[in-house]
Design a protein around this ligand. Structure first.
Ligand code: HEC
Ligand code: HEC
Length: 279
């Protein structure tokens, strides 16, 4: 029948207009239920709660609009705008995250993901997003559809990740001095990061940062030089304390909480902050 090609061409145009078919990509129909880049069709059962289908659908819309360009429609970190970025956009299908107030390697809490999305990651392509509370929560929940880890494991509870309050508020200069000592003499942060004092025990090139290959992310990373590299998760004392106490998941940056007294962790945060240039 003559009409058929015309009809299917019209349907194709309508499908593109409706956003069902992504142009510029290998042609892919979005309504197959196994395709993670199609709208969710069922609620998501986590070990401790069920995420409603409505929430997932709202998160899907936000994700495809704002995030898929870099993180990929299927969450694999391979969106067209992410090509060549260093560091590359996170691949959510691996279920590995760096910037969270949880012992390195645990799943992040919702508030960790929300913080990263709200503030972005300084010095990387990850922008800060001003989304409404509901939209932010929906996209956080939607990210959990990408990796099976979320269906098996739970993030630690608030009480499991509680930290001691900052004891140095009234003595920031004392904290910097104590932090400098712990950094170079006790915790030996300069085994990976640069040393900042001439007389510290040092590796052969104490000023050069060490590069590591990260299995969890499949990329190389540098242990940052605090004088030069932007602190991705923020440079406030609280932000730095979080990074130091909990470490960066899936990277060589260890969890120091438990290994050092709380007072030392806070002192290190003040010291590292004193090294970072103001923006
Ligand atoms: C312009 C590119 C770009 C866009 C758009 C983008 N991201 Fe990112 N995102 C990145 C990059 C790059 C990283 C990795 C940074 C790193 O490894 O230090 C990242 C990392 C992340 C992380 C991982 C944080 C961690 O703890 O490991 C989350 C979560 C995230 N993005 C969520 C989102 C969400 C949600 C959106 C949409 C609202 C979004 N991103 C949009 C580039 C982008
Ligand atoms: C075994 C190596 C290693 C040791 C020891 C180490 N770090 Fe790190 N650290 C890293 C790596 C690697 C990164 C970056 C990881 C990445 O980019 O994925 C990092 C990142 C950081 C960050 C950056 C967070 C951000 O927001 O960008 C801070 C702060 C930090 N380390 C502080 C410290 C302090 C303080 C010590 C000592 C108590 C220390 N590190 C010891 C390897 C190490």
């Amino acid at each position: 029948m003559k009409l058929a090609p015309v009809v299917s061409a019209a349907m194709f145009v309508a499908a593109v207009a409706a956003g069902w078919i992504s142009t510029g990509q290998p042609l892919r129909l979005h309504w197959t239920s196994t395709d993670p880049s199609s709208p969710p069709t069922a609620a998501l059962a986590l070990p401790d709660r069920v995420i409603a289908l409505d929430t997932l659908r709202a998160g899907f819309v936000t994700y495809q609009r704002h995030c898929a360009g870099c993180h990929g429609e299927a969450g694999d970190g391979r969106g067209p705008s992410g090509i060549g970025l260093s560091p590359p956009p996170r691949n959510f299908t691996r279920g590995a995250f760096k910037f969270a107030a949880v012992p390195a390697g645990s799943l992040p809490r919702d508030e960790d993901l929300a913080r990263t999305i709200r503030h972005g990651l300084a010095g990387t392509a990850m922008p800060a997003w001003s989304l409404g509370e509901r939209e932010l929560d929906a996209v956080v929940q939607y990210l959990k559809t990408f990796s099976p880890r979320w269906r098996r494991e739970t993030a630690p509870s608030a009480s499991e990740v509680a930290t001691a309050p900052d004891p140095w508020r009234d003595d920031p200069a004392g904290a910097v001095r104590e932090g400098e000592r712990i950094y170079h003499r006790e915790a030996l942060c300069a085994t990976c990061h640069p040393a900042y004092t001439a007389d510290a025990p040092a590796r052969p090139e104490p000023r050069a940062p060490v590069a590591h290959l990260e299995a969890a992310y499949g990329t190389w990373v540098l242990s940052p030089d605090f004088r030069r590299h932007p602190m991705r998760a923020g440079r406030s004392v609280d932000d730095l304390h979080r990074a130091i106490a909990f470490g960066l998941g899936g990277t060589p940056m260890p969890t120091w909480q438990g290994a050092l007294p709380d007072r030392s962790l806070w002192a290190l945060a003040y010291y590292v902050r004193s090294l970072t240039p103001s923006p």
